[in-house]
Design a protein around this ligand. Structure first.
Ligand SMILES: [Fe+2]
Length: 205
C-alpha cells in the first residue's frame, strides 16, 4: 500500500547516475525564454570577423523584412486586381510572389549561416520594413503597379548599398546572394511590371 502512494523520483542507475523516468506525457517547455537574442551573433567558424557578420545580418534582415512585405503585397494584388488585364496580371503577380517567397528563404538562411537570427514573424517584419503600407481596400490597377514599383525600388536601394558593404567587408557569400539572387530578381520583376503601364497602341494606325 505504501508503495502505491509514494512519489516517483528519478531512477538510480548502478553507477549512481540519476536517469529521468520515462513518461507518456508531452513535456511543454516554458515560452518566451530566448536562447539567442535578435541582433546578437553566435560563433560559427566561417573565417569571417564578427563585425562583418553582424553588419551583414543587419543588412540582410532589413531586406528580408521588406521581402516578406513585398511578397504579401504581390499576393494582395494577385487577389484584388480587376479589369481587362485581370488574367495576365493575376498570373504575373502570383509568379512574382512565389519568387519573392524563395528570396525570403534564401535571405533568412544566409542570416542563420552567419550566426545571426533571421526575422521570422510577419509582425516583426512589419516593424522593420520601410515599404509604404497600402490601404486595406482595393486601389485601381495603375496604382497597384505604381505601388509595386515603389516597393521594388525601396528594396533595390538597400540591396545596392548591401552589395557595396559586403564587398568592403569581404563577405562574398552575402555579396553573391544580394547580386545573383536578389538584385537580378528585382530588376527582372520591375521590367515585367513596368511594361504594363507603358502607353503603346496594340496596332499601329
Ligand atoms: Fe491564387
Amino acid at each position: 500500500m505504501a508503495n502505491r502512494t509514494k512519489a516517483r523520483g528519478p531512477q538510480t542507475e548502478k553507477n549512481g547516475a540519476k536517469r529521468r523516468r520515462s513518461s507518456p506525457e508531452p513535456r511543454l517547455a516554458p515560452l518566451g525564454e530566448e536562447i539567442q537574442h535578435f541582433g546578437s551573433l553566435r560563433l560559427l567558424p566561417v573565417a569571417l570577423s564578427a563585425d562583418a557578420r553582424l553588419e551583414s545580418c543587419q543588412i540582410l534582415n532589413a531586406i528580408l523584412a521588406d521581402t516578406m512585405i513585398i511578397y504579401a503585397l504581390y499576393k494582395k494584388h494577385h487577389w484584388l486586381v480587376a479589369g481587362p488585364t485581370f488574367y495576365q496580371l493575376h498570373l504575373l503577380f502570383d509568379k512574382h510572389a512565389e519568387e519573392q517567397l524563395e528570396l525570403v528563404d534564401v535571405l533568412a538562411e544566409r542570416v542563420q549561416s552567419l550566426g545571426g537570427i533571421a526575422v521570422g514573424d510577419p509582425r516583426h517584419a512589419a516593424e522593420l520594413t520601410t515599404i509604404d503600407r497600402p490601404p486595406d481596400g482595393a486601389e485601381d490597377v495603375p496604382a497597384m503597379i505604381h505601388r509595386l514599383l515603389d516597393a521594388h525600388e525601396t528594396v533595390l536601394e538597400k540591396v545596392r548599398r548591401g552589395i557595396d558593404k559586403t564587398e568592403k567587408n569581404g563577405d562574398w557569400g552575402s555579396n553573391d546572394v544580394l547580386m545573383s539572387d536578389v538584385l537580378r530578381r528585382h530588376e527582372l520583376q520591375v521590367w515585367f511590371v513596368a511594361e504594363h503601364v507603358v502607353d503603346i497602341p496594340l496596332v499601329e494606325a
